[in-house]
Design a protein around this ligand. Structure first.
Ligand SMILES: O=C(O)[C@H](O)[C@@H](O)[C@H](O)[C@H](O)COP(=O)(O)O
Length: 253
């Protein structure tokens, strides 16, 4: 099922099948970017996405992917110590990163000794260095950093990253990374990529499973008339957008 302007929509009978297909998609893009430019920049969210990446750490992908070329980033991170249960770094490390030979120096986690403002600035500075050294490419169109692949979850309210419905951060046009101190989803303090960076991506996968998200999937993919757009409706990458939905999440389409 293809939806003009809203990306490609893939619906799977189960979350298990979704996870199998997501692993193949990610592995294919890893091969493409690794051979084209010797690096693969991958941005992950927190939440249930990490569990849906579980097939990547199993054969055949665990052995066939050239993990040494991966550079891993977080689209959003909670401002907590890295060993805290709320940390998106810890979630990804425990469920994914600790199981594959990605170089520790290629894992770009938040500086957890800083305030939210400080951590956002520090992360943006880190990205600027990586753009300079061409690990991260730049969009010719927007001048913002262009990541090879963003793997994003979506909340039941339609938020992506830490960009929440109706929040002024949705309108940030200049900063690459910003911070929030009044997140409606706990914990309160987070840093997040902004829309200009998210939408400069070469590939974005929106990974959504479960019946609880069916109403917002319906709004995002069927109802373009609502005047105030949800964050997920503003995801519109320069490159390709693919929705990975399980049957429950797609049940209202
Ligand atoms: O820090 C976070 O909360 C996550 O990074 C967030 O952006 C996540 O992707 C969505 O909230 C969806 O989370 P679920 O998949 O768990 O609903």
């Amino acid at each position: 099922m293809a939806e003009k302007g809203k990306g490609k929509v893939e619906v799977f009978d189960s979350e298990e099948e979704l996870a199998v297909s997501l692993a193949k998609y990610t592995s294919d893009l890893s091969s493409k970017f690794t051979s084209e430019r010797g690096a693969f920049t991958v941005v992950v969210s927190g939440g249930s996405l990490i569990k849906s990446l579980r097939k990547l750490v199993e054969p055949p992908y665990v052995d066939s992917i050239d993990w040494s070329k991966w550079h891993v980033f977080w689209v959003d991170e909670r401002v907590v110590p890295k060993d805290h249960d709320d940390s998106n770094y810890k979630l990804a490390y425990d469920g994914f990163l600790s199981k594959v030979p990605i170089l520790p120096g290629n894992v770009y986690s938040i500086n957890d000794a800083l305030s939210a403002e400080g951590a956002a600035d520090d992360y943006e500075t880190c990205l600027k260095h990586l753009v300079k050294s061409r690990v991260i490419t730049t969009s010719d169109k927007t001048g913002f950093p262009k990541f090879d692949l963003m793997l994003l979850g979506m909340g039941p309210d339609g938020h992506i990253a830490s960009l929440f419905p109706g929040h002024p951060l949705m309108n940030e046009k200049e900063k690459w990374i910003t911070f929030i101190k009044d997140s409606p989803k706990p914990p309160l303090e987070r840093i997040t990529f902004t829309f200009p960076v998210i939408n400069s991506s070469a590939y974005i996968a929106l990974v959504v499973a479960g019946a609880g998200k069916a109403p917002v999937v319906q709004t995002a993919l069927r109802d373009s008339q609502n005047s105030e757009k949800l964050p997920v409706q503003l995801v519109s990458p320069e490159g390709e957008l693919t929705w990975f939905l399980d049957r429950d999440a797609a049940s209202k389409l």
